[in-house]
Ligand binder design. Structure first.
Ligand code: FAD
Ligand code: NAI
Length: 475
């Protein structure tokens, strides 16, 4: 006997579990199917984000930053630390506890919102009589039918051809969060978000980190001025970032891995590492979904093809998150999940792609929303820019974290904020003000006229807005 629901969500990552909760809130009988297993084979909803992404990486970034501060930054505050030691096992166990708290939290939210959870792999069987039949292959096999299906099956790490992930020497994001002993030499292929975050974690814990990046420019999607500043700071911290390289053969020995590459000057190079993280982007995951059974259309890159409203080519089948076009970010997946549930209910769910913030959780953090200066130039949009360095901010001085700046880009005529870019302390939190301002289509003058608490890092945001009109007060 199959169980019938109004809405079935396949995938319990941030896109899927949030879509399921919102659908249930809107009065639909809702099920969510997720196959992720914890170490004991039990359910671990939350997807990549909770299990091997956002959450565990931020836990290790925090722990490793504390370690680095205790070793280096505390002395400046007059705090002497003797006999500093690293219990990596405990650090990793703490991370695992935080992951479990999040898994359990989602299971609790399912109960609270009356979402029926199925642990197993969901795959399409057929479409019949205005409903979809879905098989769940888990500890037991179940059959479900539903009028509406939301696909939220996420993404997987992209491997380099000829260097498959073994998670012992050649690591994806999953292995990069599980290294049992700090490697002496760590290689990272790809100077993107994962490469920089995980490279920072292991550098802080004592590894000598070499980053190999194919593109000649550092963080090409980031505002050039901000990326330059970040490159300078990361290099000073000890990340050896090599741009414009071409990766050649990768060979593994018993305890190490050798990467042959051509450097930006065309010279042949070779690096031998105790571990190698490959972080060269992610690919959409439709493995096991059996979309063929119902004629689900994928695009040429393997993403589920959707329109601007996350509708697939099939009636009442939607797709959200990493498995569809757009930035691979947890908050983008969540916004799409909410919007789809609301559209199913006949409401006007909406995702504003122009105001999705990006954050790279290095130290200092990099965060931005809207257009970069190079994009505005390429699009021929006349703009004014204002920057303010954290060096001139009292709170940053007190924190002992004065690197970086806030940068505003505003329309030359209307003064509407077009982009805000930050490299500096807790940029991840500061960027929210800019997101709100841009959602309300504020001008830089609006921010400049708002009272900001003193002393606070947010004063740097106000000052950068003032700088657009060349009237910074503290610089
Ligand atoms: P996922 O989170 O990938 O979830 C998909 C779920 O579907 C998984 O649980 C999977 O097991 C399940 N599934 C797949 N197929 C089936 C099936 N057929 N049946 C049942 N279940 C299935 N983003 C941020 O915004 N901030 C960050 O700080 C951040 N840090 C990251 C750090 C790392 C190391 C990585 C790898 C990613 C990070 N991301 C971050 C990106 C973020 O994790 C993803 O954008 C987000 O998880 C996408 O959510 P999703 O719901 O689309 O997919
Ligand atoms: P990425 O797209 O951020 O970076 C990949 C990098 O690898 C790029 O700079 C690219 O030029 C380079 N590259 C590609 N092929 C290469 C090759 N053959 N040799 C050398 N370099 C090569 O991808 P990443 O870091 O794997 O992360 C995947 C995604 O996960 C991110 O794009 C982001 O959407 C998400 N994520 C988000 C985080 C956040 O929000 N803080 C943290 C981590 C991941």
């Amino acid at each position: 006997m199959s169980k019938n629901f109004d809405v079935v969500v396949i995938g319990g990552g941030p896109g899927g579990y949030i879509a399921a909760i919102r659908a249930a809130q809107l009065g639909f009988s809702t099920a969510c199917i997720d196959e992720w297993k914890n170490g004991k084979g039990g359910p671990a909803p939350g997807g990549t984000c909770t299990n091997v992404g956002c959450i565990p990486s931020k836990a290790l970034l925090q722990s490793s930053e504390h370690y680095e501060h205790a070793g280096h930054a505390f002395a400046e505050h007059g705090i002497e630390v003797k006999g500093l030691g690293l219990k990596l096992e405990q650090m990793l166990a703490r991370k695992d506890t935080i992951v479990k708290q999040n898994n359990d939290g989602i299971l609790y939210l399912f109960k609270k919102n009356k979402v029926t959870f199925f642990h197993g792999r969901g795959s399409f069987v057929k479409a019949e009589g205005g409903a979809y039949e879905i098989k769940v292959a888990g500890a037991a096999e179940e059959s479900i039918t539903a009028k509406h299906v939301v696909i939220a099956t996420g993404s997987n790490a992209r491997a380099l051809p000829g260097a498959e992930f073994d998670e012992k020497l050649i690591l994806s994001n999953a292995g990069a969060l599980e290294i049992g002993a700090v490697p002496k030499k760590l290689g990272v292929i790809g100077a993107g978000v994962i490469g920089l975050e995980m490279g920072s974690v292991w550098r802080r814990l004592g590894a000598e980190v070499t980053v190999l990046e194919a593109l000649p420019t550092f963080l090409g999607a980031v505002d050039e001025q901000i990326a330059k500043e970040a490159h300078k700071l990361f290099t000073k911290q000890g990340l050896a970032i090599n741009l414009g390289v071409k990766i050649g053969a990768i060979t593994t020995a018993k305890n190490n891995v050798t990467v042959e590459y051509t450097d930006s000057k065309g010279a042949e190079q070779k690096g031998t590492f105790d571990r190698l993280i490959v972080s060269i982007g992610r690919v959409p995951n439709t493995i096991g979904l059996n979309g063929e059974a119902v004629g689900l259309k994928l695009d040429e890159r393997g993403f589920v093809a959707v329109d601007g409203d996350c509708k697939t080519n099939l009636p009442n089948v939607w797709a959200v998150g990493d498995v569809v076009r757009g930035p691979m970010l947890a908050h983008k997946a969540e916004e799409e999940g909410v919007a789809v549930a609301e559209r199913i209910a006949g409401q006007h769910g909406h995702v504003n792609f122009n105001t999705i913030p990006w954050v790279i959780y290095t130290s200092p953090e990099i965060a931005w929303v809207g257009k970069t200066e190079q994009q505005l130039k390429a699009e021929g949009i006349a703009y004014k820019a204002g920057t303010f360095p954290f060096m001139a901010n009292g709170r940053a001085r007190a924190l002992g974290d004065t690197s970086g700046m806030v940068k505003f880009l505003a329309d030359a005529k209307s003064d509407e904020i077009l982009g805000v870019h930050i490299v500096g302390p807790v940029a991840s939190e500061l960027i929210s003000e800019a997101v709100v301002a841009m959602e309300f289509r504020a001008s830089s003058e609006d921010i400049a006229r708002i009272c900001h608490a003193h002393p606070s890092l947010s004063e740097a945001t106000k000052e950068a807005a003032l700088a657009v009109d060349k009237r910074s007060l503290n610089f």
